[in-house]
Design a protein around this ligand. Structure first.
Ligand code: NAP
Length: 297
């Protein structure tokens, strides 16, 4: 068996077209464009590249972006203050804090300073809880992209055994909870898991989210399983030994061109949604105020 490709690049491009149409309609209705604020801490070249890529894709679909760059020595308090200001700024629809942040910064405190209504990267506790309950809300961008990629290719997860390797707050954990909300039976593996190969070999769906080149061996894959590789390591290498795994998988993501583009598509779609929600709330405030004026006299 040679696994078919879960083509994230093509799926994301189709998604960008759809988002661009939504942005045009939003502009027509509200006379403005959605705005994403990106916060970048320090001078990590990879983080700079990711933020630039996201800003470029924003521009492609007509979303405005505002980039805030802070020095690597920023304190948690100062970072929280910057994000809190963006949370209160009426011009800003979505906020993205590029992670990881330098080790001395309390990343969780910084994430929690993002107003839930602007959490378009899905990193707050509120978003995580909504994801876990399968409720409407912002999904963590990479997990949301993975689910959208599976949906776009008609891959059903209900009733299947999903093994998620990795349990980070922005990737492994939320993707597992989203799969659970879609009725998969989910096993989480991590650095203390004993006999990873045994767990992976029993999976109908494997999600690799570790950051170790080709940790998942091809011979571990159950014939016919679906393989999603979210890992991204230097040299364009994923967490799965792609060539060997493809020989056994029914579907598999390439690296690059699999999960990465879907992450950005999710971020943009959620920014548009935040802007729509934002305008709806404004409208409700205006009609509420008009009603109060009418009643009061
Ligand atoms: P992370 O925070 O470092 O988490 C890595 C996870 O892998 C942890 O849960 C860790 O377990 C687990 N792990 C480490 N060694 C392991 C081993 N030998 N066996 C099993 N599990 C092991 O990383 P992350 O932020 O989730 O990112 C993971 C990968 O995804 C990276 O390659 C990153 O570049 C990529 N990524 C891609 C996108 C995208 O858009 N494509 C977005 C985000 C991340 P413990 O919890 O026990 O430490």
């Amino acid at each position: 068996m040679t696994g078919r490709i879960l083509d994230g690049r093509a799926t994301a491009i189709a998604s960008y077209d759809d988002i661009a149409r939504g942005v045009s309609q939003f502009l027509e209705e509200h006379g403005r464009r959605p705005l994403l604020a990106t916060v970048l801490v320090g001078d990590d070249p990879a983080s700079h590249t990711y933020v630039s890529m996201k800003a470029n894709r924003c521009a492609d679909v007509g979303i405005l972006s505002r980039r805030i760059e802070l020095g690597a020595d920023v304190t948690t308090d100062d970072l929280v203050a910057v994000i809190s200001r963006l949370s209160r700024d009426d011009e800003v629809d979505g906020i993205l804090l590029q992670h990881p942040v330098p080790g001395h910064v309390d990343e969780r405190a910084a994430f929690e300073a993002i107003a839930p209504g602007k959490d378009v990267d899905g990193v707050t506790r509120t978003s995580f809880a909504r994801m876990s309950f399968g409720e409407d809300g912002f999904s963590s961008a990479t997990p949301g992209g993975i689910i959208a990629l599976l949906d776009a290719h008609g891959v059903e997860v209900a009733g299947r055994h999903a093994v998620v390797v990795g349990r980070s707050a922005i990737l492994g954990r939320p993707v597992g909870m989203m799969l659970l909300a879609r009725h998969a039976t989910v096993t989480f593996c991590h650095s203390r898991t004993v006999d990873l190969a045994d767990h992976v070999s029993r999976a109908d769906l494997v999600v690799a989210a570790v950051g170790r080149p080709e940790l998942i061996r091809g011979e571990w894959i159950k014939p016919g399983a679906v393989v999603v590789d979210a890992g991204y390591n230097p040299g364009n290498i994923g967490d799965v030994d792609f060539e060997a795994a493809r020989e056994r998988a029914s579907w598999i993501t390439p690296v690059p061109g699999g999960v990465g583009p879907m992450t950005i598509a999710t971020l943009l779609r959620q920014t548009l949604r935040a802007a729509v929600d934002h305008e709806e709330q404004r409208h409700q405030r205006r009609t509420g105020a008009a009603l109060t004026d009418a009643v009061v006299g």
